[in-house]
Design a protein around this ligand. Sequence first.
Ligand code: NAD
Length: 312
Amino acid sequence: KLGSCKVVLGGAIAQGLLAEVKANLQQLGRSPKLHAYLANSDPAARSYADWTARTCKENGFEFHLHEVDREDLEDVLRHANTDESIDGMIVYYPVFDSKRDLTLQWTVSMFKDVEGLSPQLISNMYQNIRFLDPPFNTQKSILPCTPLAIVKILEYLQIYNTFLDYGKRLFGRRITVINRSEVVGRPLAALLANDGAEVYSVDVTGVQLFSRGSGLKRQKHEVREMDGWGLEQCLPVSDVVVSGVPGETYKVPTHLIKEGSVCINFSTEKNFNPDVKERASIYVPSIGKVTTIILLRNLVRLVQNQPHANGL
Ligand code: NAD
């Protein structure tokens, strides 16, 4: 017996987003140029690059892969920042697999950063600043691809309540995010809380609450340690569970998941047991295809943000 759970595949959600991206692409009237920089020998990075190349080609984007010695990468990126034939840049991390990778993230111009990893873009996200050009608010800030993919999935599944005002559409929702990495889990918890949710952010060390407080009285989220809390406290009250724990041994305990909740896995491994379908109302087993479309969406946005695109 598998209950009445709906399994929603990332590919189906990606199709809807792709239609929106293509409509915007047509308005641009030219093919945006994405340049990718591979300086490691990680087979996962290469297959992501191959997948991105295919998706770009199929949908009217130019994609150029540069294989670079990691000691040369910083110079290569600096040149690319001022090369007018390049619209967007992506670097496959880890490169040095140490704090030195931050120097590379800081080198990529925020006006060409499809991944949203530039310091100013990251700061805007945490501060809930949504535009690059206040008070005109014509240029939207760029958000990191995987957290934004998860936001878009929650919009598709109508967890975002469009009856409410923009920026408050998750008011009343409780969401558990299992993963607090700097690239996915922590930015995701911040984005969801900035949109009004009460977010339980879980990692190996414990639980933190991300929230704008009672009545959303704060303009951006605050973070509070939840001493003594674990999944036993978070899962039974959560409307949505997002999990991204690496490794094949980790499983979210199904018996703690609230009946009728929405469960989303972004780990490459299956974080949910098959019996999740006996409790969840909606289960999204993987999101990779959505992330790739978000990358293209960010690229279109970078081109739209270029001064001449606004007639300046
Ligand atoms: P990471 O190793 O940087 O972070 C893992 C996080 O999980 C940490 O916060 C850690 O504390 C937490 N964690 C580990 N074990 C836990 C446990 N037992 N209980 C609770 N929390 C635990 O990894 P990452 O870069 O965030 O990637 C995580 C996964 O997501 C990987 O499988 C990666 O391949 C995948 N990923 C997918 C996409 C996509 O678009 N689909 C994008 C990026 C990463």
